[in-house]
Design a protein around this ligand. Structure first.
Ligand SMILES: Nc1ncnc2c1ncn2[C@@H]1O[C@H](COP(=O)(O)OP(=O)(O)O)[C@@H](O)[C@H]1O
Ligand SMILES: CC(=O)OP(=O)(O)O
Ligand SMILES: [Mg+2]
Length: 395
């Protein structure tokens, strides 16, 4: 049997995984799933491609337990699959890491120092690496960074207007969701090769949400900055906010730093505004006026940021929606396109209602695409390259 690559995408309450066979023309998905509800009621879902779903409760509630369950399931279900490398999504690579790396102790220690910059993600990503090292002690663990795709930004799109020494210290804009944007950039070459070489705005709208401006397939600017808090409002994160308000909460309300972090990362965004849920499906199904206002605020800021990024690109040749909301919410997409009519966009309503790949009408000045992202396959491609498995399979 050919070599396999396991990919792990450890979030705050879930670990998504996928298993790919290393084939001569790239990774081939064999199985995938996730352990979710960690810390609460943990559940495990997995399936082999083309096979029945396997759903079960998880005995253990933490990330180590989730990874053990994933490894056990792969062992039992696909006993002949040889795991030759494990690829990990690591949200923050800081200034040092602009490409995937094979993780060693020194790199793990360096990545640990970035944990405060991504409190919802980084320490879970790193505990995934530690758990996978224990499960596959001889195999390379490859860290693939969300920040890496954005590391070519020019100074104006990377700097904050603080004294220069802060920039030199690494306190600058990074941008996230880079594995998703990299996948979309490559996919767009097949979908629309002409546009792929132009000025494209990609809206990754999931539980975390950001927008990326691309020129010739490369990231030029992102709505996310130093941390994954900036830019759009998200499931539980506030997005763009006046730093003066934060000073006020610290000074006047005597809020603790932990309390402020909890407020900004976990209690704000769609959840905070609606008072109901962080989940777009729940908000769309609700009759509550606050749920509607939360969706309107989300759409309003998507439109503001798209216009700002169009100014950065000095024009716009295509718009792409991706992420759970971008791929599945006709309501959000229609509201965005309706508000951006002045940019020349026109919607094909039936295509949009059916989540079709092209949702703009022939009257649209530029195409609007819906493209399903696949961070897992991007991680697998990087892991195969970094571990030298492509050469092995070609030999
Ligand atoms: N059919 C749908 N309609 C509207 N929103 C959806 C739909 N399916 C998924 N979503 C939304 O997508 C979001 C999750 O996106 P996803 O990209 O999976 O997030 P993450 O990877 O950050 O956990 C949730 O808000 C969810 O409600
Ligand atoms: C960086 C980030 O926000 O990631 P996610 O969307 O997975 O929360
Ligand atoms: Mg995501």
């Amino acid at each position: 049997m050919s070599d396999h690559v396991l990919t792990l995408n450890a979030g705050s309450s879930s670990v998504k995984f996928a298993l790919f066979a290393v084939e001569p023309d790239g990774p081939l998905l064999v199985a995938g799933g996730q352990a979710e509800g960690l810390g609460a009621e943990p559940l495990f879902h997995a399936r082999v491609v083309g096979g029945p779903a396997c759903d079960s409760a998880l005995a253990s509630n933490d990330h180590q337990g989730a990874i053990n369950a994933i490894v056990d399931w792969v062992d039992e279900t696909l006993p002949r699959a040889v795991i030759a490398a494990v690829g990990h999504r690591v949200v923050h690579g800081g200034v040092c890491y602009a490409a995937p790396i094979i993780v060693d102790d020194a790199a793990l220690a360096a990545l640990e120092t970035l944990a405060p910059l991504a409190p919802l993600h980084q320490r879970h990503n790193l505990s995934g690496i530690r758990a996978a090292r224990r499960a596959f002690p001889g195999e390379p663990q490859i860290a693939c960074f969300d920040t890496a795709f954005h590391r070519g930004h020019d100074f104006l799109n990377e700097v904050y207007a603080l004294p220069r020494a802060f920039y030199e210290r690494g306190l600058r804009r990074f941008g996230f969701h880079g594995l998703s944007y990299e996948f979309i950039s490559l996919r767009l070459r097949d979908v629309d090769p002409v546009v792929a070489g132009g000025r494209v705005i990609v809206a990754h709208l999931g539980n975390g949400a950001s927008i990326c401006a691309m020129k010739d397939g490369r990231s030029v600017a992102s709505t996310m900055g130093f941390s994954a808090l900036e830019g759009l409002p998200m499931g539980t994160r506030c997005g763009r906010i006046d730093p003066g308000l934060l000073l006020y909460l610290l000074e006047h309300d005597k809020m603790s730093v932990d309390g402020l972090s909890q407020l900004l990362y976990r209690e704000s965004g769609l959840l905070g505004l609606s008072g109901l849920s962080q989940d777009m499906r729940t908000l769309e199904a609700s009759d509550s006026a606050q749920a509607r206002e939360a969706i309107d605020y989300f759409v309003h800021h998507i439109c503001m940021e798209i216009a700002a990024l169009a100014a950065v690109l000095k024009g716009l040749d295509a718009l792409v929606f991706t992420g759970g909301i971008g791929e599945h919410s006709p309501h959000v997409r229609a509201a965005v396109i309706e508000s951006l009519k002045w940019l020349g966009f026109a919607l094909d309503a039936p295509a949009n209602a059916g989540n079709a790949p092209l949702i703009s009408s022939s009257a649209s000045r530029a195409p609007v695409y819906v493209i399903a992202t696949d961070e897992e396959s991007m991680i697998a491609r990087h892991a195969i390259d970094a571990a030298g498995l492509a050469r092995a399979v070609a030999a």
